[in-house]
Every structure is written in structure tokens, then in C-alpha cells.
Design a protein around this ligand. Structure first.
Ligand code: GLA
Length: 386
């Protein structure tokens, strides 16, 4: 993570509280290589944590008060008490991510003490790179570190952060973002079984770059489309009498549509095929088979565009530009919840410059803006920052 974040958090802390912080923690954002919208269907995902994230400077305080200063929001301050019910502020307000996490840490039975916090982060917002999960997991980590909650496992942290997002912020997301932010491993992607929460680190081949390109098409996940997709998936699972679409085979989906609505059936087909692609991709990546990865990423993008209908024309265009600039030695697809945001590409390191140039030359968002290119490292999950 950029050392500048620690400086910014420290400065904001010192200005707000008049003394240096006792400790610092970080939690990363993530990019999903493949496995989109499969997490809330109990399926498989293959994300990696990235070297963009949230840093919090923190100190305990003697009274039951949490005071938070947000360096990236003009040093805006939020303050709430731990001995009174914690309420959300207006929809979309940044303090809700902090308040929600604190509420569910308490509900988990943890005896929270007061704290002074200063937050900053560099995950682009509204880009599908999990800026909110990074913030939620960082807040969880701050209390874990301050109060030495050594028994609070990274998976527990992720579940608490997810609960905050589901019940406090109002987005019915799955577990992927919070889990990889809490459990990411440097140099590896993480194959996650979203039913058992088991993970397997899949090392990134050393000569491969993870490129993220922001399409500059803004997206909002709390919006209705995400929750609609989720309901359609649940309807398909009910139709086939399975607990979740993870349990539906492609053969059954193809053989027996019955009176299932055509749109719902296509949604289910995306999930069933995407789960298999994700498992295949973990094998391909582990074997350093970039060509195989590229084919799977392309098929994933097509399925998101045609069956799940979560891409946007500009993002389709961006992915096509990336795919043709990379050729058969890697791949690209939209990443994240959809309706805009970023494309992710895997490519040999020595192609980074030519692909960057192709994006600069050929891609324009509907607003006329160019795409922003980030080359990332697969990074470690949340923890104290020294
Ligand atoms: C968002 C959600 C995740 C996941 C993705 C789509 O990032 O927070 O839980 O569903 O969308 O794969």
C-alpha cells in the first residue's frame, strides 16, 4: 500500500486529536479476476487483494465514544457513543460504514472501548474495486488491533463487515469483497468457496501483470439492479429445488427449464457456467496458462453481457480494445458488480506499455474521458501497519 496513506492518516489524526496515533492498520480493496455474482449463490470466486486500500490511524480513548475523522472528506468528523443504540445517518453517508461495523462488532459480543480514528484511502470509489469493503474491514481491524481481539479470525472480520454492508448500508452483497480484503495473500489470487469460506491461494505467475482500467462509467451497487439479480437467482434456485445455484448442474439447467421465465433462466445459466469457469481459471492460473485464462475471461465477459446483462456498452468496448491489444497471451473482462466500473486484464509484463497505449488511443467514455490504467500487485489482506 502507498506509504503516502500512512502520512495522510497520521497528519489528519494529529490535527484532529492534538497527538500522534498509537497504531495504524490497513485493509486492501480487491479486483476480481473471475467469478462474478457467484458469491451470493454459494459459488466460487477468484479475486486478489490489491495495493490500493484504506489506512486508519487509531488510539484508544477512556470514554465510550468513537470519534472518526475522514481525511478524504475535508476532515469531516463523525462521533457516536458505544453505550447507546448506534443509528445510521443519511443513505450513502461515509460514517455508516464505520457505525455499521462497530454495531455488529458489539452484537458479536465484543466489549468495545472508545477510540479516536483517522481514515484515508486510495481505492477509486464506484469503480467495482471494493472501496467500501476495504473501509469496513479496516475499521474491524482497527478495533481488533487496539483491543487485542486475537480470537477474531479474518473470516469473522469479513462476516461482521458484510453484515454491516447488508444491514446497515443496505447493499445485499455477498462475502467475496470482505473475505479477500481480510484474507488476501501477497503474490496470489484467492480461490474462495463462498459456501464453506475455504480459500486456496493461487500464485500469480511472476511475469504477469494485473492491469485494471477504469471505464469512467460510474456505477452504484446499492442501486436496485444488484438486488434484482440476486432475487432472480433465488427464484431460479427455488424453481429447480436447490439450496443455491451452486447446486445446479449445467445438464439439469439445459434439460429441464419447465415454465421458468426466459430471463431468469439466462441469469441462472450465467451463474452455473461462471462457477465452472472460475474453477477452471484457478487451474489455468496455477499452471501459468495465460492463454487458457484469456479464453475463460472472454467467455465470462460474454456471459455477463448476454446472460446476466450487467455490462455497459462503453465497458464492452473497453474490454474489446484490451482483448485485441493483448492477443492470445492473456485476457480481459469487466470486473465487479457491473453497470460500469473497471475492466481487469492479465497480460505479460512486457505488453503493459503497448496495451496502455492502445487504451489511450482507442477508448473514450461517453463523457469523452479516457480510461485510467492501474497496474496492481496481488497484496496481503488486512493487518497492522508498521
Ligand atoms: C459486488 C458485491 C460482491 C459480489 C460482486 C459481483 O462487489 O459486493 O459480493 O457479488 O459485486 O461479483
Amino acid at each position: 500500500m502507498s506509504p503516502a496513506l500512512k502520512r495522510v492518516a497520521t497528519h489528519a489524526f494529529e490535527v484532529a486529536y492534538g497527538q500522534p496515533p498509537q497504531t495504524w492498520v490497513q485493509a486492501p480493496g480487491r479486483v476480481n479476476l473471475i467469478g462474478e455474482h457467484t458469491d451470493y449463490n454459494d459459488g466460487f470466486v477468484l479475486p486478489c487483494a490489491i495495493n490500493f486500500g484504506t489506512v486508519i490511524a487509531a488510539s484508544p480513548r477512556p470514554d465510550p465514544v468513537v470519534r472518526v475523522v475522514a481525511a478524504d472528506y475535508g476532515a469531516e468528523v463523525d462521533e457516536f457513543r458505544l453505550d447507546q443504540p448506534i443509528q445510521p445517518l443519511a443513505d450513502g453517508a461515509w460514517p455508516n460504514y464505520v457505525r455499521g461495523v462497530v454495531k455488529y462488532l458489539q452484537e458479536n459480543g465484543l466489549p468495545l472501548q472508545g477510540a479516536n480514528l483517522a481514515l484515508t484511502g486510495d481505492v477509486p470509489q464506484g469503480a467495482g474495486l471494493s472501496s467500501s469493503a476495504s473501509l469496513e474491514v479496516a475499521v474491524t481491524q482497527a478495533f481488533k488491533t487496539l483491543q487485542r481481539f486475537d480470537d477474531l479470525s479474518p473470516t469473522d472480520m469479513a462476516l461482521i463487515a458484510q453484515r454491516a454492508e447488508n444491514r446497515f448500508v443496505g447493499c445485499n452483497c455477498g462475502i467475496m469483497d470482505q473475505l479477500v480484503s481480510a484474507r488476501g495473500e501477497a503474490g496470489s489470487a484467492l480461490l474462495i468457496d463462498c459456501r464453506s469460506h475455504e480459500t486456496r491461494a493461487v500464485p500469480m505467475p511472476p511475469d504477469v501483470a494485473v492491469m485494471i482500467v477504469h471505464s469512467r462509467v460510474r456505477r452504484g451497487l446499492v442501486g436496485s439492479e444488484y438486488n434484482t439479480r440476486r432475487k432472480q437467482c433465488e427464484a431460479a434456485a427455488r424453481h429447480y429445488g436447490v439450496m443455491a445455484l451452486r447446486d445446479l448442474s449445467l445438464a439439469r439447467l439445459q434439460a429441464n427449464a419447465g415454465d421458468l421465465d426466459g430471463i431468469v433462466r439466462r441469469r441462472a445459466r450465467h451463474i452455473v457456467t461462471e462457477n465452472q469457469r472460475t474453477l477452471d481459471a484457478a487451474e489455468a492460473l496455477a499452471a501459468g496458462d495465460l492463454r487458457g485464462m484469456g479464453l475463460l475471461m472472454a467467455a465470462s465477459h460474454d456471459s455477463m453481457r448476454d446472460d446476466f446483462e450487467i455490462t455497459a456498452p462503453a465497458v464492452d468496448q473497453l474490454v474489446a480494445i484490451l482483448q485485441s491489444a493483448i492477443g492470445p497471451v492473456g485476457g480481459a473482462r469487466m470486473t465487479g458488480g457491473g453497470f460500469g466500473g473497471c475492466a481487469v486484464a492479465l497480460l505479460p509484463l512486457d505488453r503493459v506499455e503497448s496495451v496502455r497505449q492502445a487504451v489511450a488511443r482507442h477508448y473514450r467514455a461517453p463523457t469523452g474521458e479516457s480510461g485510467t490504467v492501474y497496474v496492481c500487485q496481488a497484496s496481503a489482506g488486512a493487518g497492522p501497519l508498521t
